[in-house]
Design a protein around this ligand. Structure first.
Ligand code: SF4
Ligand code: SF4
Length: 218
């Protein structure tokens, strides 16, 4: 700080002039000798982690049109249309059932922020991350992927990672491998039978026994 309250410029490390130029050239030479880390995309495809968030794939068979993903999406960029279909009863006297039929499922990737909430909340594993990312478009409206296009990403979804060896068996797997409930084969108990009375006259009915007379006990 000078007497007039003006700050002096800070001294530059390395000095100025010829020594500074030589130092810069030395740095350039050192960097040239090092291997480059530049990825020459698209000639060389990048090595992405297998579970990268590239695009969202839809397994249409699993979707029940429950609308959970559309309601939870913070960008409101999932569009679902469905209608109800009546399934006739399969047994005489049975009840008809109704089920949702998916008419439209679309994600607008021009709005999507790849948060993954829709995938997390889907209770039926209908949405999955695919590492594919090469779907840029010249027209932003083409980033609206309908269910047919979302379904085409499914083959690119990597299989789920292996479970930890020491983890407990998932309940879903346990339910499928568990044997059916065993019906215990207990021997049938014989029905109670009445004793057959001996042939002859029926015995006289026994009169009720009278209580002995006497003073009441104290
Ligand atoms: S990743 Fe997030 S923003 Fe994109 S569709 Fe799913 S919930 Fe919406
Ligand atoms: S994708 Fe999942 S959460 Fe979304 S409507 Fe279908 S079943 Fe429901």
């Amino acid at each position: 700080m000078t007497d007039h309250g003006v700050s002096e410029p800070a001294k530059k490390p390395g000095g100025i002039g010829i020594p500074g130029i030589l130092k810069g050239l030395a740095t350039t030479a050192r960097t040239m000798a090092k291997p480059t880390h530049t990825a020459e995309y698209p000639d060389a495809p990048p090595h992405l982690p297998p579970r990268s968030r590239g695009v969202i794939a839809l397994l249409e068979e699993n979707c029940t049109s429950c609308m959970l993903c559309a309601r939870e999406c913070p960008d409101w960029c999932i569009y679902i249309d469905s209608h109800k279909e009546t399934i006739p009863a399969t047994t005489p006297g049975g009840r008809e059932r109704q089920r949702n039929v998916l008419d439209r499922f679309a994600i607008d990737f021009s709005l999507c922020m790849y948060c993954g909430i829709c995938i997390e909340v889907c209770p039926f594993d209908a949405l999955h991350w695919s590492p594919e990312f090469e779907y840029s478009e010249l027209d932003i409206r083409d980033l609206l992927h309908e269910k047919e296009r979302l379904g085409q990403w499914m083959p690119t979804v990597p299989p789920p990672s292996a479970l930890d060896e020491r983890s407990a068996e998932p309940a879903e797997i346990g339910a499928t491998t568990r044997p059916g409930r065993l019906v215990r084969s207990t021997p049938a108990r014989p029905a109670p039978t009445r004793a057959t009375p001996p042939p002859g006259p029926a015995p006289e009915p026994t009169p009720p026994t009278a209580a002995p007379e006497g003073p009441e006990p104290a």
